[in-house]
Design a protein around this ligand. Sequence first.
Ligand SMILES: NC(=O)c1ccc[n+]([C@@H]2O[C@H](COP(=O)([O-])OP(=O)(O)OC[C@H]3O[C@@H](n4cnc5c(N)ncnc54)[C@H](OP(=O)(O)O)[C@@H]3O)[C@@H](O)[C@H]2O)c1
Length: 245
Amino acid sequence: MQVQGAIALVTGANGGIGQYYIQGLQAAGATRIYAGARNLDSLKDIAAADPDRIIPISLDITDEASVKAAVEAYADVTLLINNAGVGFNQRLVADVNFDKMRSEIEVNYFGMLRMCLSFAPVLAMNGGGAIINMLTVLAKINFPLNASYCASKAAALLATQGIRAELASQKTLVVGVMPGTVDTGMSKDFPPPKVAPETVVREALQAVVDEVEDVYPGEQAQEMQAQLLKDPKALEKWMAGILSS
Ligand SMILES: NC(=O)c1ccc[n+]([C@@H]2O[C@H](COP(=O)([O-])OP(=O)(O)OC[C@H]3O[C@@H](n4cnc5c(N)ncnc54)[C@H](OP(=O)(O)O)[C@@H]3O)[C@@H](O)[C@H]2O)c1
């Protein structure tokens, strides 16, 4: 589908990559952009840049009532961008914190899933449309210093595949975006290389146009995907080695 003329909804639009999605959608000619955030005040500047097209909306993806209200109010959506996510840099054994682990699962897995399932009928009604799910290449291989986040994104990746299979019959394209480290606040404690959020957004939106299902923006993600295809065990061992280095 074309992004030009799309009616898009972006979750976590006040955050790092979310803001770039809003700009990318503007540049690509989206007709209307619903910018979602838990705190409406945090969207003031973003909406002020293009008030005719950017509509700030209150949306907490872990809150059933909040999502239901969005479905009812924004039933013209044709492109759903599930960008919101959390990561607490938790190891599994050394940092046992079930509250943080639950929060990662609640936002990254259940929140994304809730948005997909809730908006699926809307997309069907509007001709099929597309969903972009912000995953990570670490959904495919565990990075032990951020292990519980990786596990939550692995669940999100498998859910993305399941949703893709089920929504094929209503002609909804489901795109999974799997960058390595992206240069935003979430990765401030991580070393380079980091892919620019603009690149992630550009490649994700282009995948919608080209009907590509799996996107690996940046060299780091592409190299990891190549290694995963060639020798996944070697990559797992290399990742594990980071703990002792
Ligand atoms: N940065 C990276 O290295 C990287 C790499 C691969 C994938 N990703 C993924 O890319 C996406 C965006 O990441 P980012 O780097 O832009 O992170 P970020 O700067 O921390 O932004 C995260 C966004 O998610 C929102 N959010 C969190 N919980 C929410 C909830 N319950 N309901 C609605 N919104 C919620 C946050 O809103 P509040 O301001 O209200 O907290 C914020 O807008 C995430 O899914 C992340 O996992 C990031």
